[in-house]
Design a protein around this ligand. Structure first.
Ligand code: AHG
Ligand code: MN
Ligand code: MN
Length: 336
């Protein structure tokens, strides 16, 4: 029988063979993956457990929180607090960072996450996911409390990133800087098993993902770029394009990592969208790391996302990522 490799096996091999994986990072990824199993199970229970719907409260970014946003945030917090692998955590659903309490052992890493991406899909049984990013805590944090500035590292410093996607199948998509690997949750066995390795995004594509309802708010280069795609075979691109929009970045990005495409959430002129909608630290950075590891490109429209120097935890950014030829075409539009 052709036995599939488990996540644990993969991580041990990375630690032994590729030196990509200190033991503490291996534990961290195992713990996050375990928490994602619990979140997946909780999402799956939905109305049976009374877990659909919103709470009467907003997060720090002024978005109404869903019950599952808060529950999933807590699942990740509790799972990661006591292992000794983290110095602190930060999440889209928490106002400020969460230091590991002094009564518990501390580790070298900082974990940054979006507990539920695509929250508006929860109540309609659409795709949702969990996105995570890992950087090392600066050495200067030894013996003192972690502060926000310790988190403000450019995305190129990430040592691991990934997402879990709770769809028809529950998957974990991971990079530790040695390519992108996909693990499927085998529910009978309770384990993550590798089902794809070294994903590559083809440089050419005929598919794009953008929320067209915002077109009138976009800046000119984005309008020009999308106009060309919409003109299809009758326009300068001389071929037809197809559009998809899932309302969950994880869903759209998974499609792109699987078969190519581009995803855009540009800055726009609506109030509070001048810097874009998506969050640099919780969403753009980890996804950009995965996309680059799969041979794609990830920019804010012009510049590489992984080179942006963050200046606050909840900072937003414009996002354009996926098949390299399209991202280059969009960047060219900025100068035409
Ligand atoms: P979140 O649920 O974490 O707030 O993220 C939602 C994001 C992203 O996943 C998705 O691509 C986008 O917001 C959807 O935005 P629209 O509401 O404009 O479709
Ligand atoms: Mn999100
Ligand atoms: Mn979210």
């Amino acid at each position: 029988m052709n036995r599939r490799k488990t996540l644990t096996q993969f991580l041990v091999e990375q630690q032994r063979l590729e030196h990509a994986m200190p033991a503490q990072l291996r534990l961290l990824i195992e713990v996050v993956a375990r928490a994602c199993k619990v979140i997946g199970h909780t999402v799956n229970k939905g109305a049976i457990s009374g877990l659909l719907g919103s709470l009467e409260q907003e997060n720090v970014q002024g978005e109404v929180q869903k019950k599952l946003d808060v529950i999933s945030n807590d699942i990740l917090l509790e799972a990661n607090e006591w292992g000794g692998h983290l110095a602190a955590m930060a999440s889209e659903e928490m106002d400020t960072l969460h230091p590991i309490p002094n009564r518990l052992p501390k580790g070298e890493y900082l974990l940054i996450y979006d507990p539920i991406d695509g929250s508006s899909n929860i109540d309609v049984n659409g795709i949702v996911g969990t996105i995570f990013s890992v950087v090392k805590a600066p050495e200067s944090t030894a013996g003192r409390e972690v502060i926000e500035a310790d988190f403000l590292q450019p995305g190129r410093n990430q040592v691991a990133a990934g997402y879990a996607i709770y769809g028809p199948q529950t998957l974990l998509v991971l990079t530790v800087g040695t390519g992108v690997y996909v693990f499927s949750l085998d529910r009978e066995m309770g384990s993550w098993v590798m089902t794809s390795e070294r994903l590559t995004i083809p440089p050419e594509t005929n598919e794009f993902a953008i929320n067209m309802a915002n077109e009138r708010h976009w800046e000119l280069p984005v309008r020009k770029y999308i106009d060309e795609l919409m003109a299809g075979a009758d326009g300068p691109r001389q071929r037809d394009f197809n559009m998809r929009w899932m309302g969950s970045m994880v869903g759209d990005v998974h499609r792109i990592l699987t078969q190519g495409g581009v995803f855009l959430y540009p800055r726009d002129s609506r109030p509070r969208m001048e810097n874009g909608k998506l969050r640099l630290m919780y969403e753009a950075n980890p996804i950009a790391f995965l996309v680059e590891q799969a041979g794609g490109k990830a920019t804010d429209g012009k510049s590489r996302i992984l080179d942006i120097q963050p200046n606050s935890l909840h900072q937003r950014t414009g996002v354009a990522l996926g098949s390299s030829q399209e991202i280059e075409r969009l960047a060219d539009m900025q100068y035409e």
